[in-house]
Design a protein. Structure first.
Length: 79
């Protein structure tokens, strides 16, 4: 059974639906029993939705895009 530590550690993978079915069910059960983790999950879900919505309508400033590329060490234009 997932606990608070497991849930918070795997929260983004959970929200991105990248966990296997068994671990996802464990976290689902934990979220149903733990209002603190449930609140954290709801906040992160809302934040991701807001960022996704804003990113679709507002251009990313060039300096921010470059900082993100540098942090990720990725060349997004490379094939």
């Amino acid at each position: 059974m997932a606990d608070c530590r497991d849930t918070i550690t795997q929260l983004y993978a959970y929200l991105d639906q990248m966990l296997d079915d068994e671990f996802r069910r464990d976290i689902d059960r934990h979220l149903g029993d733990c209002p603190d983790c449930q609140g954290r999950m709801e906040f992160e879900f809302s934040l991701k939705a807001r960022i996704r919505s804003r990113a679709a309508t507002e251009p990313v400033p060039a300096d921010l895009e470059q900082r993100l590329r540098d942090c990720l060490n990725v060349d997004l234009d490379a094939d």
